[in-house]
Ligand binder design. Sequence first.
Ligand SMILES: *[C@@H]1O[C@H](CO)[C@@H](O)[C@H](O)[C@H]1NC(C)=O
Ligand SMILES: *[C@@H]1O[C@H](CO)[C@@H](O)[C@H](O)[C@H]1NC(C)=O
Ligand SMILES: *[C@@H]1O[C@H](CO)[C@@H](O)[C@H](O)[C@H]1NC(C)=O
Length: 417
Amino acid sequence: MWLIRVLALAALVAAVPPEGKKAVEKKAASGEKKLSERANALADRSTNLAFNIYHAVAKDKSVENILVSPVVLASSLGLVSLGGKAATASQAKTLLSAEKLSDDYLHGGLAELLSDVSNSTARNVTWRLGSRLYGPSSISFADDFVKNSKKHYNYEHSKINFRDKRSALKSINEWASQTTDGKLPEVTKDVEKTDGALIVNAMFFKPHWDERFHHKMVDNRGFMVTRSYTVGVPMMHRTGLYKYYDDEAEKLQIVEMPLAHKLSSMIFIMPNHVEPLERLEKLLTREQLKTWLSKLKKRAVAISLPKVSLEVSHDLQKHLAELGLTEAVDKTKADLSKISGKKDLYLASVFHAAALEWDTEGNPFDGDIYGREEMRNPKLFYADHPFIFLIKDNKTDSILFIGRLVRPKGDKMRDEL
Ligand SMILES: *[C@@H]1O[C@H](CO)[C@@H](O)[C@H](O)[C@H]1NC(C)=O
Ligand SMILES: *[C@@H]1O[C@H](CO)[C@@H](O)[C@H](O)[C@H]1NC(C)=O
Ligand SMILES: *[C@@H]1O[C@H](CO)[C@@H](O)[C@H](O)[C@H]1NC(C)=O
């Protein structure tokens, strides 16, 4: 008798298709792979940088949409500290709250963090990322620097001749476009200071929702940039169980949407009504985010999101200077001699350019939930006016992206009234 049961059990085990088993094991492995202490330490530091850089950029009144990847920016600061000496290097570490960390710990930790969070295979999201350091044509890059910046931060190096500015700009933009599969056609129309080094990060990120939107439930709606200016955008809709919080005192809503494999999630923070985002931005700190997240409760939420692509390019050079990176950007003071062997270089621009595509794609989900009691009376989260968003890593709590959507692409709609 027991023999038959053992045999039956063996047959059952054998019946599990090898692909299915492998997929499950792989998923578990990527989710459970623990990061080292130093990678976790740098994840934590990069989160402070996220809020600091967001506020610095938001202060600039000419900026509408914002899109920054703090972990990528952290790696660019790692690069500055790798190539710098004296205060040029130590200020980059200070921006990362890493003054007390050894260089090996810093570079190793950032490298591990970046390669883990940007691993598209393990994370089931699309994240194309290219980083390049451009130097004037007179420069010769030091071998050690080229080797280490490639190893830790996947940086490429290139000389650029700005005497022919048009073709120089063209080659930067073409490289960015290639790096992002054409999703980011342009990093910049112009470069003001052509006598220094340029850092360029070019990215394309596309979240793969843990539960997809129905691709047919997309229609045209208005997005109110301001009370009196509305643009037409395609809007996608879905109702599901999400972590949600209605902050009645601050008149805002927060919803967290997991991305595939639940390794990261997108968090939306939106005022109840159309208003400039300054009021919310004053509230936005690391501590406040933690408080809000602790109040989220899983419940039925009907979500409507613009199905748009957001392309934003920031020159973060002056914002980094505001945060304390004053030496590297100053031609008379910068010491980036580990890059070139000479004290002949300063940081003229830090282009941080990204495209983020909100689409319906994601994993299939269990349709049976729609019959359930808990799906009745969903809260409405209707994102038809400016909001703040973050993409947070579930494993390290680091912030992969932080930004705001103020003005989506779209044509002005006729005022109703
Ligand atoms: C990305 O993740 C996959 C699956 O977990 C793994 O096999 C691969 O080595 C990782 N790649 C990098 C660059 O870490
Ligand atoms: C995510 O996973 C699904 C199925 O597991 C697959 O079809 C899709 O191509 C993956 N997407 C990315 C960006 O890896
Ligand atoms: C984070 O991961 C845990 C464990 O896998 C999971 O239970 C949780 O739902 C995830 N959170 C999000 C927001 O995806």
